[in-house]
Write a protein that binds this ligand. Sequence first.
Ligand code: SF4
Length: 254
Amino acid sequence: MPWLPGDYLRNQRKPNWCPGCGNYAILVALRQALCDQQIDPASVVIVGGIGCGANLPYWMDTYGLIALHGRAIPTAAGVKLANPKLHVIVIAGDGDTYGIGLGHFLHAIRSDVNITLLVCNNGVYGLTKGQASPTAKKGQVTSSTPRGLLYDPLNPLALAITAGCRFVARGYAGNADQLADLMKQALNFNGLAYIDILQPCVKYNKNFGYQYYQDRVVDLQKIAHPVQNRAKAWEVALGAEDKIPTGIFFLESK
Ligand code: SF4
């Protein structure tokens, strides 16, 4: 009997995210991607970090666990090494992955461990009331930067491409269909598949909400971007802020 999207749904509890949070679309897209691939929920382990989006395993009827802050990636790598038949997915925030977990991010790319890495990127630490994260914009006013952030943001996609990641993509929570498609490709990829997901935090990062992204996102797969060209991917990742590319930046099969 085929799996349906509802078979991945844990009915006992409802997500406690703020109304309008981008995490809802990520949850829907992940269920859709798993269903489209007809992946048995009992073969899926979702490892969350610490953060709003990282609570997603609570609402999936798969296996799941919550790791320490910044340690979701090595925890997931351990699960995969213990049982390579499992589909192992990490869901963690930008603060978690690009802050305290940055070393694990780079070394997981280096070891090319066969997991799917989903990063909910909203530019703040939403769970702890909106402090600036490593991807917060220069000048951004947050609870920890009341006079505006002094630094430029980290560019995680350029970093991943430079570090040798073979599957680098960016999704957007305002486009769940595209996101589900990226997740499907990531689930089929043999190696570390990384998707940075623009996930509006409607509570603590109101200046970078849906309208901000809606006016800027561009789908790379609609403008004939050469996904196997690392230099081009890097150029796109470092491009101007007025256009925000989404889709597959770089893909290298082995
Ligand atoms: Fe979502 Fe932000 Fe609310 Fe957290 S604080 S649930 S990231 S909108």
